[in-house]
Design a binder for this molecule. Structure first.
Ligand code: ZN
Length: 97
């Protein structure tokens, strides 16, 4: 019913990330971090749906999402540390975030 919400956000390029700060690289790394978080949240939604499917017809495979979520979590951690490392080295964390 609501036109402002799109049910499937996979395939979007994160163009809705606001322009903040003054360091392009920092913003790029932040975008990677946001993308990783989004991926986890999508996987969690899919897993939830798989659990619901299993409850309804007894036939679903929601355990495979644990592996995918684990990989996605690691990606998120890597993106986070890449960002932290950059702002510490570059000193560009002041004035934003
Ligand atoms: Zn920077």
């Amino acid at each position: 019913m609501s036109p402002s919400r799109t049910p499937n956000t996979s395939g979007t390029r994160g163009s809705n990330i606001p322009q903040i700060g003054f360091c392009e690289e920092k913003n790029r790394l932040l975008g990677e971090f946001v993308k990783a978080i989004r991926e986890i949240s999508e996987l969690q939604n899919q897993q939830m749906q798989a659990v619901i499917d299993t409850a309804i017809d007894g036939d679903g495979d929601f355990t495979r999402f644990d592996v995918l979520l684990h990989v996605a979590q690691e990606k998120k951690e890597q993106a986070k540390y890449a960002w932290i490392e950059h702002v510490e080295k570059h000193g560009c964390h002041e004035g934003s975030i």
